[in-house]
Design a protein around this ligand. Structure first.
Ligand SMILES: Nc1ncnc2c1ncn2[C@@H]1O[C@H](COP(=O)(O)OP(=O)(O)OP(=O)(O)O)[C@@H](O)[C@H]1O
Ligand SMILES: [Mg+2]
Length: 388
């Protein structure tokens, strides 16, 4: 059910998925993927690795993970570990070989779970974490160390060690058979994910994953419905694509709920009623965080309700960022309500940025040239589904 991603990446390079494939084939090249939540970053890496027949050790990064934890978590996926110990480098005999300034040495003993000689002994004594990782990956025939949700790693020291590892893996590519690090995370750019320092960036393909274009989102629905023997008219598909707002995550959620509703009502034709029922279910699945924010954001009552109306306008708009003047244009168009003064709209926009009103919007730029965006990009499909 995977839809190929042909669109340009966030830097405008055409052929997102082909670029990732090329990055995986580039001997010594390391890989970094960034983008909004739910745009399909993890899926892209999963499918690209499968296509390239590369074994992956995927680590879900947590905020309390140290560099050694990141290594150990990966190693534990392929080694049944009996014993681990960590030593500060300074306290170890100087003849122990240490690569690249890693501050810790690890000793690790266990049995191989996967790889050529499954069940054979695995032992490293007083080696740098990198050497432990490379040996475990080599023996278990895995070639991608994937650090997913890397935005959770906030400690600059840990980030720096990962960057350093990328450089070392690059330098040692011929000797390791091209074992690579793949860093994935929610971020606006590569630097904010891993930091700008060091020369690791020279050897790293940085790929920004955009929202999915509508034609690819549509393909998710048509492929899924075909498989399930369901039919949907063009206007129904258009509505589902509109609700998904470029997030394959929402497309899946909606598709699943539509299929369930169809089965419940023994229908093979998807009509507006089914979509209505499905979107209610889908809203329930994502609502816990968003509900509370919207409750703070919209007015409880009143005639004008500028905050509610602003959110409605932004939810229906096809832009992703707005100046106050865009909003005024839309306000007049949508409501046929032309006014002398629009202070109330500026005030309402500022409120939607504040914590008191749920911090639904984010503001950048300077006074008089502010640009507004949804603070969480998934807020918009949520508002569309809720039909605010
Ligand atoms: N190309 C695709 N074709 C079909 N479905 C996809 C595609 N990419 C992603 N999906 C679906 O969309 C959902 C979200 O994708 P994924 O988890 O890869 O996003 P992500 O960017 O890693 O999100 P997060 O930042 O929250 O980890 C998944 O359920 C996945 O199955
Ligand atoms: Mg992910």
């Amino acid at each position: 059910m995977f839809t190929k991603r042909n669109e340009p990446d966030l830097d405008g390079n055409p052929g997102l998925q082909d670029n990732l494939r090329d990055a995986m084939r580039d001997v010594g090249g390391q890989v970094l993927l960034f983008g909004d939540t739910g745009v399909g970053k993890s899926s892209l890496v999963k499918y690209a690795a499968e296509d390239e027949e590369r074994g992956t050790l995927i680590v879900e990064c947590l905020s309390n993970h140290s560099y050694e934890d990141l290594v150990e978590t990966a190693v534990r996926k392929v080694v049944e570990v009996r014993e681990v110990s960590r030593t500060r480098r300074g306290t170890v005999e100087s003849e122990a070989e240490v690569s690249g300034g890693m501050p810790f040495l690890m000793t690790l003993r266990g049995r191989l779970k996967a790889g050529a000689e499954r069940g054979s002994e695995f032992e490293v004594v007083a080696q740098s974490p990198l050497d432990v990782l490379l040996k475990a990956m080599h023996e278990s025939k895995q070639s991608l160390w994937v650090l997913d949700n890397f935005q959770n790693i906030v400690d600059p020291g840990t980030r720096q060690l990962v960057a350093q590892t990328m450089e070392l893996m690059s330098d040692r590519a011929t000797e390791t058979g091209d074992i690579k690090t793949v860093v994935i995370g929610i971020a606006e750019d590569a630097v904010s994910l891993i930091g700008g320092s060091g020369s690791y960036r020279r050897r790293t393909s940085e790929i920004g994953v955009p929202r999915m274009p509508d034609d690819e989102v549509r393909e998710i629905f048509t492929t899924g419905f075909n498989l399930l023997g369901l039919m949907a008219a063009t206007d129904i598909l258009n509505l589902l694509v509109f609700y998904s707002d470029g997030f394959p995550y929402f497309a899946h959620l909606l598709g699943l709920n539509v299929a369930r509703a169809a089965r419940r009502q023994a229908q093979t034709h998807i009509d507006a009623n089914l979509v209505e029922a499905a979107s209610k279910q889908a809203v329930r699945a994502v609502s816990t965080v968003f509900d509370a924010k919207i409750a703070k954001a919209v007015e409880a009552g009143g005639d004008v309700q500028p905050r509610r109306r602003i959110l409605h306008i932004l939810a229906s708009s096809d832009q992703r960022a707005w100046k106050a003047s865009d909003l005024i244009t839309d306000w007049e168009k949508e409501l046929g309500d032309k006014r002398e003064r629009y202070e109330f709209l500026h005030v309402a926009l500022a409120q939607l940025v504040s914590d008191k009103h749920g911090a639904v919007l984010r503001r950048s730029g300077t006074r008089n040239k502010y640009v507004y965006q949804f603070a969480d990009p998934q807020m918009r499909p949520y508002l569309r589904l809720r039909s605010i």
